[in-house]
Design a protein. Sequence first.
Length: 173
Amino acid sequence: MKPMDFNFEVKVKSAYEALAQSVSLFKTYLDDNTAASGPEYYRAKSLLKEGKLFFEEVLKEARKLLGPLPPYSTPEYARWREETARDIKLALGDKVDYDEIKKMLLSDACLPRLFSAEELEAYLKKYFEHQGKGKRKMENLKCRIAIARLDDLIHEGEDLLQKAQKKLQSGLV
């Protein structure tokens, strides 16, 4: 099969940057020193929306490469998908040792941009055992952690959005 262009890491970084900026701007807006009519609210809301769109793209690409195989797929497609996931360093391979995975994730090109070392270790602890249960594969842990980080940022942004909307409405009265 011909290789496809997957921009998983680019989309993860784009989603992270938009969501992190949104959260930061909402926090600035919610500061008592910022006027309710300040432009931060609208910029943060726009970045949150943009981050969610990138997040949807991240999920789509992750499902394409790591999700369940379609029932009509051929063995060649399954092999191509595995090779592509490993080539773009989305799948960890057959590593199952916690310390080995931790070292691998800390030296990864993408994840340390999304997390501090302590945050990455906290997410790894949270998802390491859970990822090995059921039909989940340990090799998909990197993807799971990145998606969880983005999802947490979305929830934080949405919580801040609600608070910011209350501040905006109180400033209009």
